[in-house]
Design a protein around this ligand. Structure first.
Ligand code: THG
Length: 369
């Protein structure tokens, strides 16, 4: 399941990179051309901290793409099919980005940080290139660049107490995706209520790449009374919760309706945006597959799957399972994938072709717990 990583200058490092290694990092993947921590060697303890306690994650790989200038909002409206009316400083939004074919190419969190400045907190694709090209082609008055900003997530049911001890009780009132630009011991940052888990939590967007170790140490110290420990975006909890992992769960044809993002796609807006006509056609035709959970029979999986596993209905191809694992809380193997609507509706006859044999499975709605 694991492999040595060659650490060199080409793959970028997080400002928390040294801190994570001191904390016992044992595995990493690559995301947005950066090393992304994936394990500290004890998956059971990392899962337990997230679900019952509090964990801190280096998620600097969630790179920010800044749109800065008089046309920042105009560019954002071109980039996403989501309605951005009423956007205010201090409130974030989940904004799918599609190409001209209506295929999803990223699913960032958008933050309006100033009157003329928007950040896209991106998943794993090169949105800085895409956004700069669109801005240029439309002759917009906006600069597109990656600012020195690096999120550190604090996730789990005890995260609110930790973050309140650090910043004050006002953080308890923050709405989901709400944020405030502030500082901690002179370290410039953004405190946001967000994060890639359904266990509650915050993200501190560090705004000075020289001060990663300092921020890491402050959070570790404040979290110590609550049993905080290092963790990473959690492979099992995200399957239970049905959080989408762009690039893992999506392929070169995936559209936002297949992902259940209907509420984030507003096709009746008067202005043009990229993918509008394609998305209208896709919506009119209806989808043939959907992102869904799977309950999978068999002995508990030892780890995750290295490749997508085919899913079949009565022996015929019916989609793929992109990530699978044993869930202690479900008490079963689970997975997520893009599966045909016929297989989702089938009472039986569904199977997953795993590396260790064919296992019966059933589609199940999120959350799986
Ligand atoms: N935090 C920040 N940036 C990010 C992520 C993050 N960038 C990359 C990646 N994660 C973006 N993808 C997601 C996917 C799902 C959610 C957030 C970012 C998410 N979804 C909720 C859900 O699906 O139920 C809520 C969506 C909503 O109601 O608006 O939280 O984690 N900074």
């Amino acid at each position: 399941m694991s492999l040595m990583l060659s650490v060199g200058a080409r793959v970028r490092k997080s400002p928390f990179f040294a801190a994570t290694r001191k904390a016992g990092l044992t595995a990493a993947s690559v995301y947005n051309h950066m090393f992304m921590p994936t394990s500290y060697g004890d998956p059971a303890a990392e899962y337990d901290r997230l679900v019952n306690g509090v964990a801190m994650w280096d998620v600097a790989v969630e790179r920010q793409v800044a749109l800065k200038g008089p046309d920042a909002l105009k560019l954002a409206r071109l980039l996403t099919p989501r309605n951005l009316d009423g956007l205010v400083i201090g409130q974030g939004k989940y904004v799918p980005i599609c190409n001209y074919d209506g295929v999803i190419i990223n699913d960032p969190v958008l933050l309006q940080v100033d009157e003329d400045e928007i950040w896209l907190s991106i998943a794993d694709s090169d949105i800085v290139l895409w956004a700069a090209a669109i801005a240029g082609a439309h002759r917009l008055d906006v600069r597109v660049f990656e600012p020195d900003v690096s999120p550190l997530a604090i996730q789990g049911p005890k995260s609110t107490d930790v973050v309140a001890d650090l910043f004050g009780d006002w953080v308890r009132e923050l709405k989901y995706f709400g944020f405030l630009i502030t500082e901690l011991a002179g370290i410039p940052l953004v405190v946001a209520r967000s994060g890639w888990s359904k266990q509650g939590g915050f993200e501190l967007y560090l705004r000075d790449g020289q001060r990663g170790q300092e921020l890491w140490d402050l959070v570790a110290k404040a979290g110590a009374p609550y049993g905080i420990g290092p963790g990473t975006p959690n492979y099992v909890e995200r399957l239970e919760s049905g959080l989408i992992s762009y690039g893992a769960d999506t392929d070169a044809e995936t559209n936002p309706f297949e992902l259940g993002m209907d509420n984030f796609i507003n096709l009746d807006q008067p202005h043009e945006f990229i993918g509008k006509s394609a998305l209208k056609a896709i919506k009119a035709a209806g989808v043939k597959r959907r992102f869904i959970g799977l309950l999978i029979d068999g002995a508990p999986f030892k780890g995750g799957n290295e490749h997508r596993w085919d899913v079949t209905l009565n022996g015929a191809y019916a989609g793929f399972a992109s990530a699978c694992a044993y869930s202690p809380r479900v008490g079963s193997n689970i997975g997520v994938g893009l599966i045909s609507t016929a297989a989702i509706a089938a009472p039986d006859g569904v199977a997953v072709i795993t590396d260790d044999g064919i296992l019966p499975a059933r589609a199940a709605p999120f959350p799986l717990v």
